[in-house]
Design a protein around this ligand. Structure first.
Ligand SMILES: NC(=O)c1ccc[n+]([C@@H]2O[C@H](COP(=O)([O-])OP(=O)(O)OC[C@H]3O[C@@H](n4cnc5c(N)ncnc54)[C@H](O)[C@@H]3O)[C@@H](O)[C@H]2O)c1
Length: 420
């Protein structure tokens, strides 16, 4: 019997790990992406996703069952197609153009009995109201009935060595019970546990609950942190004490803001739909966005005040920023608050140098000099700023040799360290 043929549309942070995992589970996989450069690099064994090291990608390619491609025609005869394309905001409004293009691209290859699954994060209703009609009109078939259609939110946490695709429970759904069972059977080959739910809308909302919960709780702790600073109370110590409570509390840590293509964006999909459908504001989301947006400015101000206390001006100061990615141990700078902090400090006249081992140089902001973390760099900086706390950096070295450290992540300790 020939291997099941899977097409994964989008070979990014979500699509590439899924494609590689499916190859490892014995499937024949076409990894489709419109980015020709990305496809070329993948075909030559070069991975840009930390969770898929080059040797793992190399083994997938070596199996002869992983085919990166830019051609939708390579989807011909597929059994399952998973869509993992971006769902950004454009002027604050959901931009589903990539999902639409993926639907139009794959539609002609939909055939009786096949399954299409959307994984991109989006507002409830997208699978049935937007994707289904595109697939039906391009194929002349209907779902449910002729083909299966479902939604399964991705929970991948880039850089997390504990919770990976295979051991994180996967929520699955379909437009009817048969679709749900087909989607469930597919993911059971890839992950340890699936969680079937009754409708695609429930599955779509599940993802938005998860990310809205994080965004709101991070904002709560960020606002408390700014207030605690003025009240002269150590918020980090209070969180540490609070988390000894064995029930009813979950710790969230303050930081320089939220970034990436999930937390600042996904809750807006929900608030946008609430506004559109109900004419009402989702107030928690609006407030959380406001507070989290404020953080880079708050960090820049605190650094400016810290320099001022030492009799130095931010203008002309030499600053060493640790980490520019939006998230530790990753090279992802999309909407990174660390980049925002760097730009604000540059605008105030600071000379910004940065230690950033993960981000590809062409993704770094202009005017920032990238350096290694050495004693000399630390000593020569007027301030060292811990913005994104990659685990590979030596924070003891920083605390030992820096004149002044502003630590937005609670990684450095010592008399010269000021924490967010
Ligand atoms: N990155 C995460 O941690 C994460 C976690 C959970 C969910 N998500 C969601 O998953 C989706 C994908 O996110 P990502 O981080 O993988 O994005 P990404 O930008 O890393 O990758 C998406 C890829 O899709 C490609 N693409 C765009 N339009 C296409 C089309 N019409 N046909 C083929 N390829 C196309 C792009 O070139 C890109 O390579 C988003 O909805 C995101 O919100 C992301």
């Amino acid at each position: 019997m020939s291997a099941e043929k899977l097409v994964v549309i989008g070979q990014g942070y979500v699509g590439l790990p899924l494609a590689v995992r499916a190859v490892e589970a014995g499937m024949e996989v076409v990894g489709l992406d419109v980015n020709a450069e990305r496809v070329k690099r993948l075909a030559s064994g070069e991975s840009f996703v930390e969770d898929i090291p080059a040797d793992r990608l190399g083994r997938a390619l070596g199996s002869g069952r992983y085919h990166p491609s830019t051609e939708y025609a390579d989807a011909e005869g597929f059994d399952i197609c998973v869509i993992t394309v971006p769902t950004p905001l454009r002027d604050g409004v959901p931009d589903l153009s990539h999902v639409e293009q993926a639907g139009v691209g794959i539609g002609p290859y939909v055939r009786p009995g096949c399954a299409v699954v959307l994984e991109s994060t989006t507002y409830p209703g997208t699978t049935e109201e937007l994707l289904r009609p595109l697939l039906e009109s391009a194929s002349g078939l209907t779902a449910p009935g002729d083909f299966h259609l479902g939604y399964s939110p991705e929970r991948i946490d880039p850089g997390n060595p504990v919770w990976r695709l295979e051991n994180t429970p996967k929520v699955v759904s379909g437009v009817d019970a048969a679709s749900r069972d087909r989607v469930d059977a597919f993911y059971r080959r890839l992950v340890e546990r699936t969680v079937p739910v009754d409708s695609t809308r429930v599955a779509e909302l599940t993802k938005l609950i998860e990310n809205t919960f994080r965004q709101v709780n991070i904002a709560l702790i960020n606002e408390l942190t700014m207030l605690s600073h003025h009240l002269d109370i150590d918020v980090w110590a209070a969180i540490e004490a609070a988390e000894t409570k064995p029930f009813g509390f979950m710790p969230f840590r303050p930081g320089p803001g939220v970034g990436g293509h999930c937390l600042p964006i996904d809750p807006c999909y929900l608030s946008w739909q609430v506004k559109r459908r109900l004419g009402r504001q989702f107030r928690f989301i609006e407030l959380a966005n406001d507070v989290n947006h404020e953080m880079p400015e708050h960090v820049a101000q605190r650094i400016m005040n810290g320099l001022n206390r030492a009799g130095r001006a931010v203008s002309g100061a030499r600053l060493l920023l640790l980490g520019l990615a939006y998230k530790k141990n990753t090279g992802d700078v999309r909407d990174s608050p660390a980049v925002d902090v760097a730009r604000r400090l540059q605008a105030l006249g600071a000379r910004v140098r940065a230690v950033e081992p993960y981000v590809e140089p062409h993704h770094l902001p202009g005017g920032v000099t990238v350096v290694g973390l050495t004693e000399r760099e630390v000593r020569e900086a007027d301030a060292v700023v811990v913005v994104t706390d990659h685990d590979c950096l030596d924070y003891d070295l920083v605390a030992r040799h820096a004149r002044y450290v502003f630590d937005a992540r609670n990684r450095c300790h010592g008399p010269t360290v000021e924490r967010l």
